[in-house]
Design a protein around this ligand. Structure first.
Ligand SMILES: Cc1cc2nc3c(=O)[nH]c(=O)nc-3n(C[C@H](O)[C@H](O)[C@H](O)COP(=O)(O)O)c2cc1C
Length: 234
């Protein structure tokens, strides 16, 4: 059921971006093979192009290549040892006091986290588009990562991203149908029957209707031709 819905979307959107979003997976097994530096830079560029609250660039990226440091980081990530096998780790660091200057505590607490999240997702998608595997790692001891990477105490570690060639094809985890993650207008709002409403908007439905029209026309033309031929014979 879920896959069918996704198929309909990918046909109707005909969009590379949506396919990239839909097929991205968390990769937790990596080949022992370095990745081109160009790719790392492109991933970082994608992070940079994320929306930042007030366009304040208060998220920074630490590129970790050193094997010992990668091992220490994996240890700090609640002993998720697969993390050390990725040839590149990107430590995403937020600078909350920069956002605080403009937006107070909301800037420091909410905007910094959300801007970092947007940058992280951009980087994951770009990695996927480049044929690389990546994973968003959020379980870690922040103090330990701060020590390992000489990060000033007042900054926050938002995530560790692993990056490398995938050595697994992860099974797609279950994702909910879209009507199970939405309401109309109000919490629990079911004013419109979601399936009907989505069907009406769907380019897929529009295409199906168009194709049916074409088919009817074609058959009607054939019938006309046939009856004309019959008339001639008479
Ligand atoms: C905030 C956050 C923290 C995460 N932390 C971890 C983590 O510590 N270890 C891990 O293996 N995956 C982690 N993940 C990845 C999720 O487990 C993964 O996205 C989810 O299972 C869905 O799978 P998918 O990414 O293949 O769609 C994290 C994801 C997010 C958004």
């Amino acid at each position: 059921m879920e896959e069918k819905e996704h198929e309909i979307h990918s046909h109707s959107h005909n969009s590379d971006l949506f396919d990239c979003i839909r097929t991205r997976r968390s990769v937790r097994k990596y080949k022992d093979k370095p990745i081109p530096w160009d790719n790392v830079v492109e991933v970082l560029q994608a992070g940079k192009y994320a929306p930042f609250a007030g366009n304040v660039f208060n998220v920074k990226f630490l590129v970790i290549k050193d094997e010992n440091r990668r091992k220490a980081i994996a240890e700090a990530c609640a002993q998720q040892y697969w993390v050390q096998d990725a040839p590149i780790q990107i430590v995403v660091v937020g600078e909350p006091e920069k956002a605080e200057r403009y937006y107070g505590t909301r800037g420091a607490r909410v905007y910094t986290l959300q801007s970092a999240g947007a940058a992280i997702q951009n980087m994951l998608l770009t990695a996927h588009a480049l044929g690389l595997g990546a994973c968003w790692v959020g379980a870690f001891d922040e103090g330990e990562i701060i020590n390992i990477c000489n990060i000033p105490e007042h900054l926050n570690v938002q995530a560790v991203i692993t990056l490398g060639y995938a050595d697994e094809v992860p099974i797609p985890p279950p994702k909910l149908r879209v009507e199970h993650v939405m309401f109309f207008e109000k919490w629990f709002g079911r004013v419109e029957a979601p399936k009907t409403a989505i069907g009406m908007w769907s380019p897929y439905i529009q295409k199906a209707v168009k194709e049916t029209h074409k088919m009817i026309k074609k058959h009607a033309n054939k019938l006309v031709e046939k009856s004309r031929a019959r008339m001639k014979n008479k």
